[in-house]
Design a protein around this ligand. Structure first.
Ligand code: UDP
Length: 465
């Protein structure tokens, strides 16, 4: 097709690397498989050099526009993350409008404006400009089901402990209140959830074979509700991992390790453990006697991490037990701050992934057939962990103690089980089966590929009229 006549698509992810990465993958797919031109608009509050590295590696046909930062210093220090992001986005509306007008005036017809879950306040601008509106949901169908159900749940007088969403695993209601962080956070979540009913369609970074039940239910929720289509897994599986401006010493180290012998340990782009828990993990890894590659964030006072400032901190290794690096140097490698994760998970030496279960990490582990140890920290990670453990592709770290802490003996035990035990073998075998279905879903003529193609064709034909 002549790309000159093909329509243009505008993507607006909310801040955070876990949102940016799948949006970039969607953009690549639209440009490379569907010959569309794409602009990714990004906010510049809460970014880091990693964002810049990711955005500087976009393929031809995809460009990026960065909005000016908005002041947020008037927000109380106690403002929860969802409120902070929501305020940031609503204060950015004038600059989003300006950017969208500029795109309308300088590119072929805009056939789709695709936002993510927190950006619904920008929809009226797209309405003004008559851009068809879509959401790309960067987590699971399970999570989307919960999210779409929030207003009903909130209005219902009955508060059950266990939430049963059609086609989904039963879900502890407490997980939802943990996720919204505060009353403000919850009211923003409700607001964003309601915005999901205003769009023309919702794409989800998941696939039928993994979440058929939820996919079936969400596909057609009834009159006036936008269709929900799984189009994933869209993950980075190029040789070049996200933001791989960093040195490759960990890949060289992996090259020297036996196949499937190394546990990769990482908690996502912003997650970190408490000081105490990080120390316990160090001892547990050492006790396990297994090989490990651990990417380390600065431990915090609490479990969780800092979503809003993930830049380098000095002395990342200072908390490790005395002599740890020296004693484990034959078997372990510790990398401060950031690693090329997609490349690591594709490496033959990696035999398991101890992960916080961010959805991108789950999908990356799946497409590489790497069994996991689930150690969820916050956001929707406990839901992802639940799904993976139910599918028996992940073992669970801890989860038994009342205080939520994971003890060194448990860590050592579960690591041994995964890397050299029977349970690990089973998890690997099952993960390979899921891997096959995941890879198949996005290949030509299969479920996710077809779903995206149908959507793109509707944009193209609308743009022709
Ligand atoms: N990532 C990476 N190197 C790191 C940490 C993270 O490349 O050291 C990438 C990872 O591959 C994934 C994304 O950052 O694509 C993190 O997204 P995820 O949904 O797993 O977790 P989040 O960071 O949103 O909690």
């Amino acid at each position: 097709a002549d790309s000159g006549s093909n329509p243009h698509v505008v993507l607006l992810p909310s801040p955070g690397i876990g949102h940016l990465i799948p949006f970039v993958e969607l953009a690549k797919r639209l440009a490379l498989h569907h010959n569309l031109s794409v602009t990714i608009i990004t906010f510049s509050n809460f970014t880091s050099h990693i964002h810049h590295a990711i955005l500087s590696a976009l393929p031809a046909g995809v460009s990026a526009v960065s909005l000016p930062p908005v002041p947020l210093d008037d927000l109380p220090a106690t403002t929860d993350g969802i409120s902070r992001i929501s305020v940031m986005i609503s204060r950015s509306i004038p600059s989003v409008r300006e950017a969208l007008r500029h795109i309308r005036d300088t590119t072929p017809r805009v056939a789709a404006f695709i936002i993510d879950l927190f950006c619904g306040d920008t929809l009226p601008i797209a309405e003004e400009l008559r851009f068809p509106q879509f959401i790309f949901f960067t987590s699971s169908l399970f999570c989307l089901s919960m999210f779409l159900h929030l207003p009903t749940l909130h209005d219902s007088p009955e508060k059950a402990n266990l939430l049963r969403l059609p086609g989904c695993l039963p879900l502890q209601a407490t997980l939802i209140s943990d996720m919204s962080m505060s009353d403000h956070g919850l009211s923003y979540m409700l607001h964003h959830s309601r915005n999901h009913d205003r769009v023309d369609g919702i794409m989800v970074n998941s696939f039928e074979a993994m979440e058929g039940g939820a996919a079936g239910f969400l596909r057609d929720r009834g009159e006036g509700k936008p269709p929900v289509v799984p189009v994933g897994p869209l993950v980075n599986c190029d040789a070049d991992s996200a933001g791989s401006d960093r040195d490759e010493s960990c890949i060289e180290w992996l090259d020297r390790q036996p196949d499937r012998s190394v546990l990769f340990v990482a908690f996502g782009s912003w997650g970190s453990l408490s000081l105490e828990q990080a120390g316990e993990l160090a001892v547990g890894l050492e006790m396990s006697g297994q090989r490990f590659l651990w990417v380390i964030r600065k431990p915090g006072d609490d479990e969780g991490g800092d979503y809003f400032s993930i830049n380098h901190a000095d002395d990342l290794l200072g908390f490790l037990p005395q002599g740890f690096l020296e004693r484990t140097k034959e078997k372990g490698m510790v990398v401060p701050f950031w690693v090329p994760q997609a490349k690591i998970l594709a490496h033959a030496a990696v035999g398991g992934f101890l992960s916080h279960c961010g959805w991108n990490s789950c999908l990356e582990s799946i497409v590489n057939g790497v069994p996991m140890i689930a150690w969820p920290l916050n956001a929707e990670q406990p839901m992802n962990a639940l799904m993976l453990t139910e599918m028996k592709v992940a073992l669970r770290a801890g989860g038994s103690s009342a205080d939520g802490k994971v003890r060194k003996e448990e860590i050592a035990g579960v690591v041994r089980k995964l890397i050299e035990g029977e349970e690990g073998k089973d998890a690997r075998r099952r993960m390979r089966e899921v891997q096959e279905t995941a890879v198949k879903a996005v290949s030509s003529g299969e479920s996710s590929d077809v779903a995206l193609a149908v959507m793109v064709n509707s944009w193209k034909s609308r743009a022709d009229n």
